[in-house]
Design a protein. Structure first.
Length: 135
């Protein structure tokens, strides 16, 4: 029976050491999975996602606000350019705004109006008095 490994004290010691290490590993594995269920961790992740979402929305709103301001500026320039009773003056003003790059003409509509000034819709100039013009 001297060859029996179970009777060997060193073998039993190594066996207990191995069992202890296995339990230690199992405990560590359980603890690692626990932080995913921790409400504080889940709250931090939710907060981080919320901050990222808010940053994106703010960035997107700023871009759209700038686009709107640019379009409004172009509209006001077009309105001022057509505040006249002479279509040739309006065409010259539109040509100037286009050549300086103050207005965009992606579809060529403004260029068409410059070439056909009789089709430019004019904004009649009124006397700037306290009384509104009579119909």
């Amino acid at each position: 029976m001297a060859d029996d490994p179970l009777s060997n004290p060193e073998f039993r010691f190594r066996q207990r050491e191995l069992d202890l290490k296995e339990r230690e590993i199992a405990t560590k594995e359980r603890e690692q999975g626990r932080w995913l269920r921790n409400p504080v961790f889940v709250g931090l992740i939710a907060t981080a996602l919320g901050l990222c979402g808010n940053a994106y929305v703010t960035w997107y709103q700023n871009i759209k606000t700038e686009e709107l301001a640019h379009k409004r500026f172009q509209y006001e320039l077009l309105e001022e350019a057509t505040k006249t009773d002479d279509t040739k003056v309006a065409a010259a003003r539109l040509e100037m705004l286009l050549s300086f790059g103050f207005i965009e003409d992606p579809n060529g509509r403004i260029r068409y109006l410059i070439q056909n000034p009789n089709q430019i819709p004019l904004v009649p100039e009124h006397n700037h008095t306290d009384k509104p013009p009579r119909p």
